[in-house]
Design a protein around this ligand. Structure first.
Ligand SMILES: Nc1ncnc2c1ncn2[C@@H]1O[C@H](COP(=O)(O)OP(=O)(O)OP(=O)(O)O)[C@@H](O)[C@H]1O
Length: 396
């Protein structure tokens, strides 16, 4: 018996060898099917090793296409090679979604004290510029999910970072901007847009075969041998391939399926575990989407929910929804939105897959829309009940 097996027996996991290797923050030893992106990013950044500022890079690709993983992977190795002359700082602009917070993160990295609030942005920039120039090196600033920052606060920080070199003598700064939403570039000043896009990298979605390959290697690192069959890998890859080739989703499903297997004290992860994991993830997604909806959207959805619950086989028409909605707004004590807005809300809910709407003919009475929930009733209920206003009017 190997040492590992002895310890595992006591730890008790029959499934995992190293669960943490499936977690989103872990950057694996190799990143299959991203050779081209790795090479291009490496070629772009390599001039840093001979002391010149690398071009800024703009990275675009859908969710879960490996943008963050590839960037961290290349930067880590570059910094190692640079032996202290090259540094990088990674800032996630969803977690830090104001100009102030992004600069405060940068300040923290540079060892500059920036109070939680209160300084003018210009003052923060001045302190950062001074701190930057005290270092004698190349600094690569990674702004991940940068669209969140720009949509909320505009392009001040990008403008500053792409211009700061003009004020520096000792340090050179390069920026890597990562996004899965190209639309935000509309908000960029033309000069910022062109300097950020000195080099552009596109990450295409993975196909099912590529995802299988990736999952096989990740599974090898994380699970005991024989715990995850090829059929399971294929199934997970096929599901994620249909969802825009999202590797994050693939890993999520695999991790959840294995957690369920572990809870059940099973000795392997089966396709049934994958189905359960998928349902759980879909449920969580629905509940999260509903939780963040504006009040009137929730009220429209609550109307459909109540009609579904009460109504038996009766079809739910827009007329019925509108009446129910009016009843609910009266109970809440607020003004209703227009029927035109209700139509828009129904379209939004349809697009999000929360409801299915179709138009039917009523003969000489014209046409109307009928609606049915597109997701399980209990998921809608869970999402709606988390809102105290809604739960007061539908709860009892
Ligand atoms: N080629 C690959 N090999 C192994 N794991 C990968 C590969 N590509 C992506 N992953 C893994 O998939 C997950 C999502 O990848 P990553 O965070 O890099 O995606 P992203 O494109 O930055 O997505 P988002 O736009 O949502 O931030 C991570 O856990 C990452 O380790």
């Amino acid at each position: 018996m190997s040492l590992e097996e002895i310890f595992d027996q006591y730890l008790g996991s029959r499934i995992y060898k190293a669960r943490e290797k499936l977690l989103p923050d872990y950057v694996p030893e190799d990143l299959p099917h991203r050779d081209e992106q790795i090479k291009r990013l490496a070629l772009t950044l390599a001039p840093a090793l001979s002391g010149s500022r690398p071009s800024n890079v703009f990275i675009y690709g859908l969710t879960g296409t490996g943008k963050t993983a590839v960037t961290k992977y290349v930067l880590r190795r570059l910094a190692e090679k640079g032996g202290g002359r090259i540094e990088y700082v990674y800032i996630n602009c969803r977690q830090n979604n104001t100009s102030y917070r992004v600069l405060a993160e940068l300040g923290k990295f540079l060892g500059v004290k920036i109070p939680f609030t209160g300084l003018a942005l210009g003052e923060v920039m001045k302190r950062i510029t001074q701190a930057l120039d005290r270092k004698h090196r190349i600094l690569i600033v990674v702004l991940d999910e940068v669209d969140n920052l720009v949509k909320r606060n505009g392009d001040d920080v990008l403008y500053y970072l792409t211009r700061v070199n003009e004020q520096l003598t000792n340090t050179r700064v390069s920026v890597i901007g990562i996004t899965n939403d190209l639309k935000f570039t509309e908000f960029l000043d033309a000069r910022v847009k062109s300097s950020l896009g000195e080099e552009e990298l596109v990450f295409p979605p993975y196909n099912a075969i590529q995802l299988e390959d990736i999952l096989r290697r990740r599974a090898k690192e994380a699970f005991h041998e024989g715990v995850v069959s090829d059929a399971v890998i294929k199934k997970v890859a096929a599901i994620a391939a249909r969802q825009n080739g999202d590797c994050r989703l693939a890993l999520d499903i695999l991790l959840k399926a294995a957690d369920i297997a572990e809870r059940e004290r099973a000795s392997e992860v089966t396709e049934a575990h994958v189905d359960k994991a998928r349902n759980e993830i879909e449920k969580n997604l629905t509940v999260d989407v509903i939780k963040t909806m504006p009040l009137h959207v929730k009220l429209v959805l609550a109307s459909i929910y109540l009609l579904t619950k009460e109504g038996g086989a009766k079809t739910i028409t827009t007329g019925l929804i509108y009446d129910k909605y009016k009843e609910l707004v009266t109970k809440v004590g607020i003004e209703p939105v227009t029927s035109r807005r209700i139509t828009d809300i129904l379209n939004e809910l349809d697009m999000a897959g929360i409801i299915n709407a179709r138009v039917i003919s009523l003969g000489r009475y014209g046409r109307t829309k009928v609606v049915a929930l597109g997701v399980p009733l209990k998921n809608v209920e869970e999402g709606l009940l988390s809102d105290i206003v809604i739960s007061a009017v539908i709860g009892g």
